[in-house]
Design a protein around this ligand. Structure first.
Ligand code: ASP
Length: 625
């Protein structure tokens, strides 16, 4: 049997579309052989396309030549079949298939293409080697669960576009070749052939362009924007990723929240049939930090931080004493009904906590009878036990998990511990769990507002913008800019979903003097500020409207809505942990001629291996533009 061209054959239905209403109709299906079964003198082919699977039956009594051909079919062969839709006999109905009440009795068939034996099974849903999946991504994407995720991604994007369109937003593309701004993450650079020694950067985000669009009077902008950041690919990052990026004029923070809540409400309804409750709760940054540390609280997990410093101030236990003497603190979270935790469990948590940089985890359990269960029991007299218990708000049966040390460290470690407990106690879905029905997953959104404008960069001994330097300080805090900059609150906000940052944005500065002031505060002298951002500040001098915006992580949101943990599962062609595209092999070396044309030379080339997968390219002449 040789593959043949289509020559006028037309597909009339998709495989997944056949139903009882089609019985008696002659139809043509096209797709891939999912499975072949030779049974009792009949050949059954499960034919698969993007929509689903149809069972095709080849009967030697109808056409013996066709039957012989069907026996030669192998998995992933591509065929077109014309036949008659028949109702399946009672007892042969397949309830797992949408088309399971009918089958197609083949009349003619055309082989469209053959296939080698695929290196990964297309017709089974099981855990596969990641490297293999990446190398054969075109086959991985042929698998039903991957197709579902790609479809979900499309639907999420479409729902967002539809909603924002209905709210007067314009989808506007911004350039991919932009000016390098070393302030954020590391840039991907692109040499300019026609301007030797000069470089474009790939955009880390469309931030400046979207603000300029507001100055241009376009009022409402959005884009599913591709962003590029040359960062080490920790955990679940990709060098290129997609944001739902938007910007609005003549608005305040509440207006942005309303638009985002509306967008997500519409999107969750369209894609998952789920009614999100809006408005989302809001929490000022300082509250989030004191209660949950972290700017990513999962408010519904409960288990807030309790300060135990004064409650245990008289306890003669070395680690606590030192922490307090050195100006630090002792804080704990109380795990309801946690007193029964096994030694193994608390040891595991203790190791995690040490890995996060704390001295250790100290536990004090209260039995159902109120008796103290703790390796520290001998340090705790009656009075300190009572005050610890009161400060920790612990009931009988609860366990208090305590960390001591410098305050910022304690807050950070407890924040992580709290999320870990949330996962272990199944208050937050475990990473890596595939949720069969994402609609059953709790989606808890939360706004964290009023982030500090600056933080102190210990290494460089200077202030740094907490969000980015285009974020406006809260008007009432502007006077503090000169006197106490670390107290200045900004109009930056984060959207948090189930303990994960899902997006961030801010109301922007739209006047030159304030922008200059913020640049100066972060150590950018007026000349440098002008060189790098003069165009923006000049634009502000021509009637810039008040404006603000936000960007949401589109990949991450889609992953959560698909019930998967990794964004690689919802990106058609992702890169691996070393920023390598295992399918095409990018990045690759290029010819000396190509480099010469770009006035670029490669120096200090590392041997092929992990870190050398991205060759170190350095500039021969001239500094990046
Ligand atoms: N450009 C910012 C980001 O990519 C988001 C924003 O402020 O709108 O994080």
């Amino acid at each position: 049997m040789q593959p043949e061209p289509l020559l006028g054959w037309k597909r009339t239905y998709s495989c997944g579309a056949l139903r009882l209403t089609h019985v008696g109709e002659t139809v043509t299906l096209m797709g891939w052989v999912h499975r072949r079964r030779d049974l009792g003198g009949l050949v059954f082919i499960d034919l698969r396309d993007r929509d689903g699977i149809a069972q095709i039956i080849f009967n030697p009594q109808d056409n013996s030549e066709l039957f012989e051909q069907a026996r030669q079919l192998r998995n992933e062969y591509v065929i077109a079949v014309t036949g008659v839709v028949e109702q399946r006999a009672e007892g042969t109905v397949n309830r797992e298939l949408a088309s399971g009440t009918v089958e197609l009795r083949a009349v003619t068939m055309k082989l469209l293409n053959t296939s080698r034996v695929p290196p990964l099974p297309i017709n089974e849903d099981r855990v596969l080697d990641d490297g293999l999946r990446m190398k054969y991504r075109f086959l991985d994407l042929r698998r039903a669960p991957m197709q579902q995720r790609i479809i979900t991604r499309h639907r999420v994007g479409k729902a967002m576009r539809d909603y924002l369109g209905s709210q007067g937003f314009l989808e506007i593309e911004t350039p991919m070749l932009v000016r390098s701004t070393p302030e954020g993450a590391r840039d991907y650079l692109v040499p300019s052939r026609v301007n030797p020694g000069r470089f474009y950067a790939l955009p880390q985000s469309p931030q400046l362009f979207k603000q300029l669009l507001m100055v241009s009077g376009l009022e409402r902008y959005f884009q599913l924007a591709r962003c590029f950041r040359d960062e080490d690919l920790r955990a679940d990052r990709q060098p290129e990723f997609t944001q739902l990026d938007l910007e609005m004029s003549f608005i305040e923070q509440d207006d942005i929240f309303t638009i985002i809540e509306g967008t997500l409400k519409h999107t969750f309804k369209e894609v998952l049939g789920l009614d999100l409750v809006t408005p989302f709760p809001r929490m000022p940054y300082h509250v989030a930090e004191q209660r949950y540390s972290y700017d990513k609280p999962d408010a519904w997990v409960g288990m807030v931080f309790n300060d135990l410093t004064s409650a245990v101030s008289k306890v003669e236990f070395g680690a606590w004493k030192t922490a307090i003497q050195e100006g630090g603190c002792v804080k704990g979270i109380t795990v309801p009904h946690g007193a029964g935790a096994s030694r193994k469990e608390t040891d595991e948590l203790g190791n995690l906590v040490k890995g996060w940089g704390a001295g250790g985890l100290f536990t004090v359990g209260f039995g159902d009878d109120g008796a103290v269960r703790s390796s520290l029991a001998r340090y705790l007299d009656e009075a300190s036990t009572a005050s610890l218990r009161e400060s920790a708000q612990a009931a009988n049966g609860d366990m208090v998990m305590i960390v001591a040390g410098p305050t910022p460290r304690v807050l950070e470690v407890l924040g992580k511990l709290r999320l870990e407990l949330g996962r272990r106690l199944k208050l937050i879905p475990m990473p890596g769990t595939v949720i069969a029905n994402p609609a059953e997953q709790p989606f808890n959104f939360l706004w964290v507002v009023n982030f500090p404008q600056f933080h102190w960069n210990e290494e460089e001994q200077r202030l740094e913008a907490e969000h980015h330097p285009f974020t406006s300080p809260l008007p009432e805090d502007i006077p503090l800019m000169k006197t106490d900059p670390l107290k200045v609150r900004s109009s930056a906000y984060d959207l948090v979903l189930n303990g994960t940052e899902m997006g961030s944005g801010s109301i922007r500065i739209h006047q030159r003097p304030l922008q200059e002031m913020v640049f100066e505060a972060i150590g950018l002298d007026p000349q440098a500020a002008n060189e790098k951002f003069g165009f923006l500040m000049e634009a502000f001098e021509y009637g810039a409207p008040p404006h603000g915006g936000i960007a949401l992580g589109f990949d991450r949101l889609t992953a959560l809505m698909s019930g998967v943990d990794s964004i690689r599962e919802v990106i058609a062609f992702p890169k691996n942990q070393n920023a390598v595209d295992m399918l095409t092999g990018a990045p690759v070396e290029v010819t000396p001629e190509q480099l010469a044309l770009l006035s670029v030379a490669v120096v200090d080339k590392k041997p092929a291996g992990r870190s050398a997968s991205v060759p170190a390219q350095e500039v021969e002449a001239g500094a990046p533009a």
